[in-house]
Design a protein around this ligand. Structure first.
Ligand code: ZN
Ligand code: ZN
Length: 259
């Protein structure tokens, strides 16, 4: 059994609570310590209950709360090996373990997927407990068969749907920033996420959480409709064959339970 609670997701901060009956994991610790502990308390979890924090990469929206968290609670931190030193510099009393392959935290197995992102190293993760499998991949700029294959055997996936390309191109960001976001080392657009969903036709995936939406270059409605239409083009009907949620930047409102 796995329960998944996206606490907050977006360009400002990211953190997802993943728990089995025995183990409690935080995937990323973005935003602020107060935002994170408040969101956790809404789910009945105190910082001391968290067994491990798993970090995807070193950008501030994924590790912003880490210094203050580890000052208060010495939770074990797992980080991709190439950013182990960077993460170690930001934690107080916590132990840091370098990830360079599959590993295990309590009764949850963890596998990695190497994202294409302008960080030193960025991992997506798959969490397995018994027959329950959940993957989260954000902060990646490429749609590949390897990405679809990583997600294929999960009942639920959390997948980046960062921006609407037209909104981004017409928006006020600098040319340089637009180029960064649109590049193969940037973020997945709604259209790219739609491509991934089409590749997942016939897979185990029955629940999708769209994540890491840009507040300036996307809306929940546009991202949702893009994903729904992609599924529909494959004969997969949202609400019947698949359920699609959109994670919020501030509100902790989606909860998944995989048996
Ligand atoms: Zn990033
Ligand atoms: Zn990010």
């Amino acid at each position: 059994m796995l329960k998944i609670f996206p606490l907050f997701s977006g360009s400002k901060g990211n953190s997802t609570l993943i728990r089995s009956e025995q183990t409690v994991i935080l995937l990323d610790a973005g935003f602020t310590y107060h935002a994170l502990t408040n969101a956790l308390s809404e789910r009945g979890v105190a910082p001391k209950d968290v067994n491990a924090i798993v970090i995807s990469h070193e950008h501030a929206d994924h590790i912003g709360a880490l210094p203050m968290w580890t000052k208060h609670t010495p939770t074990h931190v797992y980080a991709p090996a190439p950013i182990e030193d960077v993460v170690r510099q930001r934690v107080y009393s916590s132990q840091v373990s370098a990830i360079d392959g599959s590993f295990r935290i309590g009764d949850i197995g963890v596998e990695t997927f190497e994202c294409s992102h302008d960080a030193t190293c960025c991992f997506g993760y798959k969490f397995t407990c018994g027959a329950s499998k959940f993957a989260c991949v954000t902060d990646t700029g490429c749609v590949t068969d390897a990405l679809a294959d990583f997600l294929r055997d999960c009942q639920a996936v959390m997948l980046e749907s960062n921006h609407d390309e037209d909104m981004l191109k017409r928006g006020e960001y600098s040319y340089r920033l637009k180029r960064r976001i649109l590049s193969p080392c940037g973020h997945l657009s709604n259209a790219q996420t739609a491509e991934v969903l089409k590749k997942l036709k016939g897979s185990c995936v029955k629940t999708v959480v769209l994540a890491h939406l840009s507040e300036n270059n996307n809306t929940k409605e546009i991202a949702f409709n893009s994903a729904v239409n992609a599924c529909l083009s494959c004969g997969v009907v949202e609400g019947r064959d698949i359920v699609i949620y959109v994670a919020d930047q501030y509100k902790n409102e989606v909860s998944l339970c995989l048996d």
